[in-house]
Design a protein around this ligand. Structure first.
Ligand SMILES: *Cc1c(COP(=O)(O)O)cnc(C)c1O
Length: 373
């Protein structure tokens, strides 16, 4: 039985070693004094006071296992959006649901498609399942339905689309989303990741519920990490065909969503004023930041989310700007892992942070001018 070639220690499968571990945004600016974390698309408002109150209430019940079906939370979500609660599955963040769905539907050799500057978690989930990541080109930093369809083969099992996408902020209008869903072969699952849906104010946008409702191969994922301000708690959900829910429910951990997350999620959903306030703030300051940064001479990709992709002349300038901003307490997101080394991603913050970013970028460009003069 013994082979001289037997490995000296356990080895993960090849897909695992092909993964570049996800690098979260920086969260500190050493030595800068007051720092603003504008690197992970977190809300500057934090969670609703109702959510914080619900969190505190859970402290005396921590010995009790959660409801493994998250029944009350699914019912609250169903009531809020007019959905069938049986078609909702909750997860420890939408990242968990993306991984679970991918491992349920992709087996070694199967292909998963995502777009050129698409969210990095898709590639990781495909490789972790032993699948083959396939990249569809974008046009103007935006997903393109025809480019995606051109990559579909008999081996394709999943198409991932973040709408709006992170880190570009661009989105496909509902008409294009419908065209994509209609054109995909029926055995291909379309995952529409609508993590920023609440922030989008464009009339031609839809998170994709209508098509998820009407098809057997479309899933919409949502999160409490962004506008609800609960990224630290880990809570997401998806709306999926019953057969997809059944597959997820077979492989998820029986208590994958904590009792605290379930109760806090229900309370957060009820505070619609808190969400409305965040949307209004974002709309005003996103527009302001876009205009001010373009006025400085730096191109910005039009964004539908709570963040902006800022383009520099080249990678060296982006790195220098990142270092300069960090030394002034402004933490942005370096996005070379997304194939955008010449860019930085900025999350919309409160007024003080937003104004400081523009002033500091202006000062940075001035020091650059002096260098080259
Ligand atoms: C932030 C983000 C998520 C949310 O992930 P969670 O696991 O729910 O925190 C999902 N998709 C995209 C595109 C994101 O940017």
């Amino acid at each position: 039985m013994k082979s001289s070639e037997s490995p000296t220690r356990p080895r993960p499968h090849a897909g695992v070693t092909a993964i570049d571990p996800y690098q979260p945004g920086k969260s500190a600016a050493p030595g800068a004094g007051k720092a603003f974390k504008l690197s992970s698309n977190e809300t500057p408002f934090g969670p609703s006071p109702l959510a914080k109150e619900a969190y505190r209430k859970q402290v005396d019940r921590l010995e009790i296992y959660p409801d493994g079906q998250a029944t009350a939370l699914r019912e609250a979500l169903a009531a809020r959006y007019g959905l069938n609660p049986a078609r909702i599955v909750c997860g420890a963040g939408s990242d968990e649901l993306i991984s679970l769905i991918t491992s349920a539907f992709i087996e070694p050799g199967d292909e998963g498609i995502f777009t050129r500057h698409g969210f990095l978690i898709y590639r990781i989930a495909i490789l972790a399942a032993g699948g083959v990541p396939v990249v569809a080109q974008e046009k103007s930093f935006t997903a393109d339905v025809d480019e995606i369809l051109a990559e579909v083969t008999p081996k394709t099992k999943i198409v991932f689309l973040a709408n709006p996408n992170n880190p570009t902020g661009t989105y496909l209008p509902f008409s294009e989303l419908k065209r994509l869903a209609a054109a995909l072969p029926r055995h291909v699952l379309l995952i529409v990741d609508a993590a920023y849906a609440e922030y989008v104010t464009h009339n031609d946008y839809s998170p994709g519920l209508e098509i998820a409702l009407a098809s057997e191969n479309v899933v919409m994922t949502r999160t409490f990490s962004k506008i609800y301000g609960l990224a630290g708690l880990r809570l997401g959900w998806c709306y999926a065909p019953l057969h997809v829910c059944d597959a997820i429910n077979r492989i998820r951990g029986p208590f994958n969503v904590s009792s605290v997350a379930q109760e806090v999620g229900i309370a957060a959903l009820a505070d619609t004023d808190h969400v409305d306030q965040a949307v209004a703030h974002n709309e005003a300051w996103l527009t302001w930041l876009e205009r001010e940064i373009i006025d400085l001479g730096l191109p910005v990709t039009p964004s539908a989310g709570n963040f902006l992709l800022i383009h520099f002349e080249n990678e060296a300038q982006a790195r220098a700007a990142d270092a300069y901003l960090t030394s002034h307490g402004l933490i942005l997101r370096e996005v070379s892992a997304y194939g955008l080394p010449q860019c930085l991603r900025l999350t919309v913050g409160l007024e003080e942070a937003n104004r400081l970013v523009v002033d500091t970028l202006a000062a940075f460009l001035k020091t650059e001018g002096h260098h080259s003069a």
